[in-house]
Design a protein around this ligand. Structure first.
Ligand SMILES: [Zn+2]
Length: 395
C-alpha cells in the first residue's frame, strides 16, 4: 500500500517554518509532495470531512540538515583499536558502512547531509545511489576527496597534492563528481597542549589557487581549519566555509562576516572528548584544556551570531562518539547553551545549511516541497524532543 499523495498535517502545539517559531496549532495541506496551503489553527476536522487523511502531532518543522559528516566512519564504537580496524576494511565494506550511516541519519530526521570528505569518494557514490532512487537514506551533498599534503593530517578524508599542477588536477579531475571541494588546511587540536601546534598545510596563495579553481568549476570550498594561523589563511584565501574553527577571535569573525565566509563550529567531537575523557585516557589537566576550548568556542559562537556571521550547523558525525543523525540534536543543544535562541540554532540546521549548499528551500510555505518532521512534543517545551521525530517526510 502506498501513502496517499494528498493529506493534511496538524501540529497542535506549534511549528518552526525554517526561520521562525510560531506557537499554537497549524494545519498543512500537502498534495503531490508539495505544500498547498498553510493555515493557523486546527482544520483537521474539515479535511477528514472531505475524506482527506489527517496526520496529527504536536510540532512540525522542516527536515534537519547536517552540514558536516563523514558517512564512511561510525561514531560508535568509540575505542581507538576498533575505530582503526573499521577504517582498514575494504572499500566494499566501507561503502556498506556509509549506507548504514545514511539510513541512521534519516531515522533521526536528518534529510540531507554534507559529507565533508573521504579518500575513496564513497560520499559521491552514496549521493548517486540516493539520487537514483535508493530508499531509506538521507540525501547527500558531497565534498568528494579532500585535498591534503603528504605526511600531514587527513589521510582518511583526502588524498595528497604537491605542486600547483596537482592541486588544479585534484579540483578539476579527481573531484569531477564532487559538489564542493574540501581543503584540509590544518591538523587536529593537540588537546594535551590545548592548542593547534602544526603549521597550515597550504599557504594563502595555494589555498586561493584551490578556491579559484573550484569557483571556475562552479563549486564552493570548505576548509578544515582550527587555530589562528589556519584561520588567517582561510579568510585571506576566501574559502566559502570554515569547518571547526576552534581558537577563533573577533577579528577573524569580522573578516568572515565581511567576506561572506560561513562557519560550521562542530562542537560535538570535542564535547564528546570532554564528556568521556576515559575513551582517550585523558588526564585531569587535559579535561581542563577541553573545557577551556569549549568555553571559548561557545563565546565565539555567541559573538558570531551577534555580529551576523553566516552560521551553519554540522556535527562531524563519524568522529569518535559522534553518531550519525543523533548528533544533530546534540549540536543544536550546544548552540542553545552558547546563548543562541533555539530559533537561530534550528535555522542554521535547516534553512541556512540548505541555502549555503544551494539546495531548494523547504520552508513551511505554500508551493515548497514538503520535507518535514512531526514531533509528539514541542522542542520549544522540551529540547530533547528533537531526538525523537515520529513522522519523517524526506521528500
Ligand atoms: Zn570532518
Amino acid at each position: 500500500m502506498t501513502a496517499p499523495t494528498e493529506f493534511a498535517v496538524v501540529a497542535t502545539e506549534g511549528s518552526f517554518d525554517g526561520e521562525r517559531y510560531c506557537a499554537g496549532p497549524l494545519t498543512l495541506h500537502v498534495d503531490g509532495g508539495r505544500i498547498r496551503e498553510v493555515s493557523t489553527g486546527d482544520y483537521g476536522g474539515a479535511f477528514e470531512g472531505r475524506g482527506v487523511s489527517v496526520v496529527r502531532g504536536a510540532f512540525v518543522m522542516p527536515g534537519l540538515v547536517d552540514a558536516h559528516v563523514h558517512l564512511l566512519l561510525h561514531g560508535v564504537p568509540i575505542e581507538g583499536p576498533s575505530r582503526a580496524a573499521h577504517a582498514k576494511q575494504p572499500v566494499a565494506a566501507l561503502l556498506e558502512a556509509a549506507r548504514e550511516s545514511a539510513r541512521q541519519s534519516l531515522r533521526y530526521g536528518v534529510c540531507h547531509v554534507r559529507d565533508a570528505g573521504d579518500r575513496y569518494a564513497i560520499n559521491d557514490m552514496i549521493r548517486d545511489e540516493v539520487a537514483g532512487g535508493a530508499m531509506g537514506m538521507t540525501k547527500v551533498y558531497s565534498a568528494g576527496i579532500g585535498l591534503k599534503r603528504p605526511k600531514q593530517y587527513g589521510a582518511f578524508i583526502g588524498l595528497d597534492v604537491t605542486d600547483h599542477a596537482s592541486i588544479i588536477a585534484a579540483v578539476t579531475e579527481r573531484n569531477v563528481r564532487a559538489d564542493a571541494i574540501k581543503i584540509v588546511l590544518t591538523g587536529l587540536i593537540d588537546f594535551e597542549r590545548g592548542a593547534v601546534t602544526d603549521v597550515p598545510q597550504f599557504a594563502i596563495e595555494e589555498a586561493a589557487l584551490i578556491v579559484n579553481a573550484a569557483r571556475r568549476c562552479g563549486k564552493r570550498t570548505l576548509a578544515h581549519c582550527s587555530g589562528l594561523k589556519g584561520l588567517q589563511v582561510a579568510t585571506e584565501a576566501r574559502v566559502d566555509s570554515i569547518e571547526h574553527g576552534f581558537f577563533m577571535n573577533r577579528e577573524m569573525l569580522a573578516l568572515m562576516r565581511d567576506r561572506r565566509i560561513a562557519w560550521t563550529p562542530t562542537f560535538c567531537p570535542v564535547h564528546f572528548q570532554w564528556t568521556f575523557p576515559q575513551a582517550s585516557g585523558w588526564s585531569q589537566a587535559v579535561v581542563g584544556n577541553l573545557r577551556r576550548i569549549l568555553d571559548a568556542h561557545r563565546e565565539h559562537l555567541r559573538l558570531a551570531h551577534e555580529m551576523g556571521v553566516e552560521l551553519l550547523l554540522g556535527t562531524d558525525a563519524g568522529s569518535m562518539g559522534v553518531e550519525h543523525g543523533k548528533a544533530v540534536a546534540q549540536e543544536i543543544r550546544r548552540y542553545v547553551e552558547a546563548g543562541l535562541p533555539l530559533e537561530a540554532a534550528l535555522k542554521a540546521a535547516t534553512t541556512s545549511n540548505r541555502r549555503h549548499m544551494g539546495l531548494p528551500d523547504t520552508l513551511i510555505a505554500p508551493g515548497n516541497r514538503f520535507e518535514a518532521l512531526l514531533f509528539e512534543e514541542s522542542p520549544f517545551a522540551e529540547l530533547t524532543a528533537l531526538e525523537r521525530p515520529w513522522r519523517i517526510w524526506s521528500g
